[in-house]
Design a protein around this ligand. Structure first.
Ligand SMILES: Cc1cc2nc3c(=O)[nH]c(=O)nc-3n(C[C@H](O)[C@H](O)[C@H](O)COP(=O)(O)OP(=O)(O)OC[C@H]3O[C@@H](n4cnc5c(N)ncnc54)[C@H](O)[C@@H]3O)c2cc1C
Ligand code: FES
Ligand code: FES
Length: 302
């Protein structure tokens, strides 16, 4: 097991700002507002698949990032280079006022699109569960981003293959004369999911690690045996996954956990399995978004 000396509890939000990436905002610092949302991507050696998910950087410990790619709002586009369609559409649909929540909202939408290039409205609403906007209000944000969804509609402004407003399948009330359209969707840059940044190939592996800090030691085992062995050696070790509970305790209640175990790279704890008789079994590490998606696919066939 490789061993490195580091301050175990520093959060990702502090680190991205320290390297000059100031797009990610620190609002509540306790996982409540979503202003600090970034996307993490991790290779899963057992399934050979990539996992993309949004997290609150204010509660994500720096140690949990080994072999993980972090995408901040600067990484997907900028005014100087070119805006990403997610950034362009929130701006053009008037979905940003003070802009403090905007990078977080953009990254929640971006992470959703990396997993589902054509999400449903319900998926989108769920993706924003952790994002608060104090001044704009959610209508322009949702209407702008609706153009990415299956329910996308050009508002009758003449897309090819017929608009739902003219073929009768749409909700015409949304676009009646009383509510003028916020934007012209026909002017939006098309979203092409094949043009996204690739995952760095050098991160496509797993590795047991140990980070030593002044107050805590962070172990990242890669097998269940190794994990159990460490837990046997350090019975009081705290297991950390999302860190949304432990992180609050450490930041705001001054709790100190001398040994922390991170099971992120243990295949069994990430696995979602279906048995012949219809039972679903989830590893304790599997992200809730993956659980929800798999369950819906299994039970509702979507
Ligand atoms: C803003 C905010 C709002 C919240 N709202 C709610 C709410 O409405 N309802 C609610 O119920 N909770 C709420 N919570 C609490 C939140 O749900 C829990 O903090 C979260 O579920 C813990 O998951 P985690 O992966 O982040 O756990 P961590 O913080 O990583 O760990 C939490 C505890 O579970 C243990 N643990 C974690 N993973 C494993 C594992 N795989 N095997 C064994 N033990 C494990 C840890 O040792 C630790 O004791 C909220 C938290 C925040 C920050
Ligand atoms: S700053 Fe509010 S969730 Fe992170
Ligand atoms: S634009 Fe101000 S909080 Fe959302």
């Amino acid at each position: 097991m490789n061993s490195v000396c580091v301050c175990v509890c520093v959060c990702v939000c502090v680190c991205v700002c320290a390297v000059g990436l100031t797009g990610t905002k620190l609002g509540c610092a306790e996982g409540g507002c979503g202003a600090c949302t970034v996307m993490l991507s991790r290779f899963q050696p057992d399934t050979q698949k990539l996992l993309h998910f949004s997290v609150n950087a204010c509660l994500t410990p720096i140690c949990s990032l080994h072999l993980v790619a972090v995408t901040t709002v600067e990484g997907i586009g900028s005014v100087a280079r070119k805006l990403h369609p997610v950034q362009e559409r929130i701006a053009r649909s008037h979905g940003s006022q003070c802009g403090f929540c905007t990078p977080g909202i953009v990254m929640s939408m971006y992470a959703l699109l990396r997993n589902q290039p054509k999400p449903r409205m319900a998926d989108m609403e769920e993706a924003f569960q952790g994002n608060l906007c104090r001044c704009t209000g959610y209508r322009p944000i949702l209407e702008g981003f609706k153009t990415f969804t299956e329910a996308a509609c050009c508002g009758g402004r003449g897309r090819d293959n017929g608009c739902c407003l003219t073929n009768g399948s749409g909700d015409e009330k949304l676009f009646d004369d009383v509510t003028p359209p916020l934007f012209d969707a026909a002017e939006f840059t098309p979203f092409d999911p094949t043009q996204e940044v690739i995952f760095p190939p050098e991160l496509m592996r797993s590795q047991s690690l140990c980070f030593h800090g002044d107050r805590s030691t962070w172990f990242q085992p890669t097998s269940l045996d190794e994990f159990l062995c460490l837990k046997w050696k350090h019975p009081n070790a705290r297991v950390v996954v999302g860190n949304t509970e432990v992180g609050i305790e450490v930041k705001f209640k001054n709790m100190v956990y001398p040994v922390i175990l991170s099971p992120t790279f243990i295949p069994e704890l990430n696995a979602v399995t279906h048995t012949e008789d219809g039972e679903l079994s989830y590893g304790g590490m599997a992200p809730t978004t993956v659980l929800a998606r798999t369950t819906a696919r299994r039970l509702l066939g979507r």
